[in-house]
Design a protein around this ligand. Structure first.
Ligand code: GLY
Length: 361
């Protein structure tokens, strides 16, 4: 079992290990603030999960919570990005109120990024904030979304447009849960791992030439360490955290344009390829860097382009959070392991995205 401590506005541990879902109640009972201590036993843990994950893992979690003195209640919603909306969010708040959770109680997100984002935002808003634990069950949520406190729901105009920075009290990553992921869902996580390599660690990037499944735990730990450092330096994304959005500007637009049929990791992969081509056209990186990124995406069966037009992608990008007044911040690679922020004037965006869709090697 490995522990990585995040030092943000809240200090918390990420515990990584094999089979630790069955110890989730024990880990929580040993965590300050959320333990069932002598003063008040029987805290309520509200497990928020989707129907797929519920079938696979909810009972094991509930058993572990009950064995450690928690009163477990569960809210199950239909799986998929289309559930990440204000309707589900309000239903979760009503569920917490009906079950009479107090500020001493805990919301436990059991699932992937959608579950963590929804449950985390509900935990941030209910009673102006109650305790929150993340138990990520996908590769993407282990290496990215469960760490760092970003929570949100989608609005009709765009992805993650309503949300909060709200750090969890604990993150519990059981790597054996990844064995039930479909290839496509596993690949979503690979896209975020490739992203982490491109923005921060050339050695990590190069190591991905060996199939990630051969050294998965090591890669997971490296990605979480990088994210820990970024979040400790810039929790509220005024600086260095922006780099974690590499591939996400066009990626979020592609997700929305597809009606969320293209999943987050696949859309981010296309977004990274678009950004890398832009970087070549803008003279920020050379074609070798672009080739390296495209080859890595190919190796993991991820898309390198999008069927949507530059005009459509640009239009959706304009309602993205990364827009600031008359410009939008793009994260562009200089070389693998290093990116820069570039403000693209809104009026040039379509033309620049067009270059990101077009150039061939
Ligand atoms: N997923 C990007 C971030 O946490 O900042």
């Amino acid at each position: 079992m490995k522990k990585i401590t995040v030092k943000a506005s809240k200090i918390y541990d990420i515990t990584i290990g094999a089979g630790i879902l069955d110890q989730a109640g024990l880990i929580m009972s040993q965590t300050a603030g959320i333990s069932c201590n002598a003063v008040r036993t029987g805290k309520t843990a509200a497990v928020i999960t989707d129907d797929n994950v519920s079938r696979l893992y909810e009972k094991r979690l509930v058993d572990s919570l009950s064995a450690n003195g928690y009163r477990a209640v569960s809210y199950v919603f239909p799986n998929g990005e289309s559930s990440k909306n204000t309707g589900t969010f309000i239903s979760i708040l009503n569920f917490l109120a009906e079950k009479q959770l107090s500020r001493a109680d805990i919301v436990v997100a059991l699932g992937g990024g959608v579950t963590g984002d929804l449950a985390g935002f509900a935990a941030a808003c209910y009673l102006r904030g109650i305790h929150f634990v993340q138990i990520p069950t996908t590769l993407l949520s282990i290496v990215d979304s469960s760490v760092g406190g970003k929570t949100a729901v989608n609005l009709a105009s765009g992805k993650n447009l309503a949300g909060a920075f709200y750090q969890p009290d604990a993150v519990i990553c059981d790597v054996t849960l990844l064995s039930t992921l479909s290839d496509d869902v596993f690949r979503d996580g690979c896209a975020e791992i490739i992203k982490t390599g491109v923005i921060a660690d050339r050695v990590l990037f190069e190591s991905l030439k060996e199939p990630v499944k051969n050294h998965l735990e090591e890669v997971i730990i490296r990605c979480i360490e990088i994210k820990r450092d970024v979040v400790a330096e810039d929790e509220f994304e005024t600086g260095v955290r922006k780099f974690l959005n590499f591939g996400h500007t066009a990626g979020h637009a592609i997700e929305l344009l597809s009606g969320y049929l293209i999943s987050h990791g696949h859309a981010v992969a296309a977004g990274m390829a678009i950004a890398a081509r832009m970087a070549v056209v803008l003279g920020i990186c050379d074609t070798n860097c672009l080739k390296d990124i495209l080859q890595m995406l190919q190796l993991y069966g991820l898309p390198e382009n999008s069927v949507y037009s530059a005009g459509d992608i640009a239009r959706v990008c304009l309602s993205d959070k990364k827009r600031e007044g008359d410009s939008i911040t793009m994260i562009l690679p200089v070389e693998t392991g290093k990116c820069v922020l570039r403000n693209i004037p809104v009026n040039d965006l379509e033309k620049v995205i067009q270059s990101g869709l077009e150039i061939t090697l």
